[in-house]
Design a protein around this ligand. Structure first.
Ligand code: ATP
Length: 548
């Protein structure tokens, strides 16, 4: 695979070839599976030959011998044909869904169960909201609100429950019945030793098989019950971040003037690590101020923002919001009062309009507000150019299912054939199927942030805006426009940026924190830091030099 170039690798027929060359179960190699299959064929052939020779020897002298053989053969034929008739056993099959509610339902589920969305689900107060949306969609879908695997099992079962399948059991016993009746009728014709041998042999074999079967079944049943217990226990797993009790804000007017923030000797280690991501950090940001955090990679800028939104709690020290310990406030209230745009933001596998609307779970869906947020984020123009506009799915949450497809199949149900199963088997990352550019994705993420911070009805539900590198992928004009819009719209709200770029933003900032090695090394306004002539001044000069 490694030597294939991009167009070759993306070619549907090549993907098909790669898929058939990789193991179907993912548990063993193709070579091993082939050896297994070959040895199965040889074993079966040997079995067949020996059974045939035994049959001929026994049945040759047996009255009704060939009748018995014919009955046995016909009943096996019955069994075989009823299995192969099932739709999923046929050569080519494909399954898709067009049910909008089903697709959304699966989308909500993926947002919740995919760890990459967790930060946004928590910081955006989306947990309960998504559960509500999921339940609503599932109720509309009704009995079919189950995964494809279950639908498939249901069909397999109902397909097999036919007249033939009902007849199968009595048919299986038929040869024995005929044999026994004949034995009663003509006792002398049966060599006693052969009859008792077969009887003992068969009984012993089926008895031991049943005992082993029962052992296996009861083990898996115990395991299954344990899983059901675990499922219920999930609802009682305690959260590490303990909820506070005080409502926030104490009065709505306070939010309108922005939130004041203070870090007092805060140190922090990420869970499971031994190194400090922040060490003894202290600073104060007044209500309504603009703060920019700058510094080298890995110095702790993003960590500060994550602690403010209580994704984590400090290992040591205290964070104060409006002069009170942040941990005393109700989490849902706190998160409603701030928005955060993460550096590694993600988009949900839902339509563009739902992605933006999820920026504010507290207001009912409103098309006009979604559009306004998109405009403010600089995303409206490119969204409108998409064939399905705001209804475009960034990623389809429901995959199509199909058997190996005929040679040359590149599209199915109007979509490219998805070869992600192959990638899954190879433990490869899912291909990035996004059709948007990095900058367009970022504009969309900004639009989602605007949804809560600037479009809400009261206009005052948010008092603190946190942005982690919001312009990293934007072109210079887009970056300039974004900062202009943010400055104009921010009103009196407190705003904190993390950024690598020194320029417009830092020059307008009320506070700049320069970070290095998990510590705040320099703090002050742009002018103050320049006159200190420290690291900030050195990097500023370095960036400015490029334009001289
Ligand atoms: N989830 C995590 N688990 C463990 N360590 C982490 C985690 N996130 C960050 N770190 C570590 O914490 C330190 C600070 O990271 P942080 O993301 O705050 O840096 P940053 O200043 O925002 O960097 P950048 O400029 O590259 O975005 C780094 O050493 C990083 O390796």
């Amino acid at each position: 695979m490694a030597r294939l170039d991009v167009p070759t690798f993306e070619e549907a027929s090549v993907q098909r070839q790669l898929e058939s060359a990789s193991s179907s179960s993912g548990k063993s190699s193709v070579a091993w599976e082939t050896i297994e299959a070959t040895s199965n064929v040889i074993t079966t052939a040997i079995q067949l030959l020996s059974q045939l020779s035994v049959l001929i020897t026994i049945l040759r002298d047996q009255r009704d011998g060939f009748l018995l053989a014919a009955i046995s053969f016909i009943q096996s034929l019955f069994q075989w044909s009823s299995v192969s008739k099932s739709v999923f056993q046929s050569l080519v099959w494909a399954a898709t869904t067009k049910n909008e509610d089903y697709i959304r339902m699966q989308g909500y589920k993926h947002v919740v169960d995919n760890p990459k969305h967790r930060k946004e689900v928590v910081a955006g107060n989306l947990g309960e909201h998504l559960t509500r949306l999921f339940k609503g969609a599932a109720a509309r879908v009704g009995d079919d609100a189950i995964d494809f695997g279950e639908v498939r099992r249901y069909h397999l079962f109902s397909d097999r429950l036919t007249f033939a399948s009902i007849l199968r059991e009595p048919l299986r016993e038929l040869p024995q019945i005929v044999f026994t009746l004949r034995a009663v009728q003509y006792p002398a014709s049966i060599p006693l030793s052969l009859a008792s041998l077969t009887l003992i042999n068969q009984t012993a074999r089926s008895f031991s098989a049943t005992v082993f079967g029962l052992w296996g079944v009861s083990l898996s049943l115990a395991e299954q019950f344990a899983n059901v217990r675990k499922l219920y226990e999930i609802s009682t797993i305690p959260n590490r971040i303990v909820d506070g009790t005080k409502p926030f804000p104490e009065n709505q007017q306070a939010l309108r003037n922005g939130i004041a923030l203070e870090f007092r000797n805060v140190s922090f280690k990420y869970p499971g690590t031994e190194t400090y991501a922040l060490r003894n950090v202290s600073f104060k940001i007044g209500a309504g101020h603009l703060c920019v955090i700058v510094g080298v990679n890995g110095s702790g800028k993003s960590t500060i923002l994550k602690l403010i939104s209580r994704l984590y709690d400090p290992t040591e020290g205290t964070i104060l919001i409006d002069d009170q310990d942040i941990q005393t406030f109700k989490l849902a209230d706190l998160r409603r009062a701030m928005t955060i745009l993460f550096q590694d933001y993600t988009h949900f596998p839902l339509s563009i309009k739902e992605n933006i609307a999820l920026g504010n779970p507290d207001i009912p869906y409103d098309e006009d507000k979604v559009r306004e947020a998109a405009r403010l984020g600089g995303a409206e123009d490119f969204i409108e150019k998409l064939p399905e506009g705001f209804d475009t799915y960034l990623e389809r949450p429901v995959r199509d299912y199909y058997s190996p497809l005929p040679e040359g199949t590149a599209t199915l149900f109007g979509r490219q054939v998805d070869y992600s199963r192959l990638r899954g088997i190879g433990k490869m990352r899912k291909a990035d199927t996004s059709f948007l550019s990095g900058g367009q994705m970022q504009r969309l993420a900004v639009a989602r942030t605007f949804m809560r911070s600037l479009v809400s009805e009261t206009g005052s539900s948010v008092g603190l805006l946190l942005f982690d590198e919001p312009s990293a992928s934007l072109d210079p004009t887009a970056e300039h426009d974004l900062f202009e819009r943010l400055r104009a719209l921010r009103d009196n709200k407190t705003m904190i940026f993390s950024s690598h770029r020194f320029g417009n933003l830092t020059r307008h900032a009320d506070h700049i924190l320069y970070m290095d090695d998990s510590k705040v090394r320099e703090k002050g306004t742009h002018e103050e830091l320049l006159s200190q002539n420290g690291e900030y001044a050195r990097i500023w000069a370095l960036q400015a030099q490029a334009f001289l």
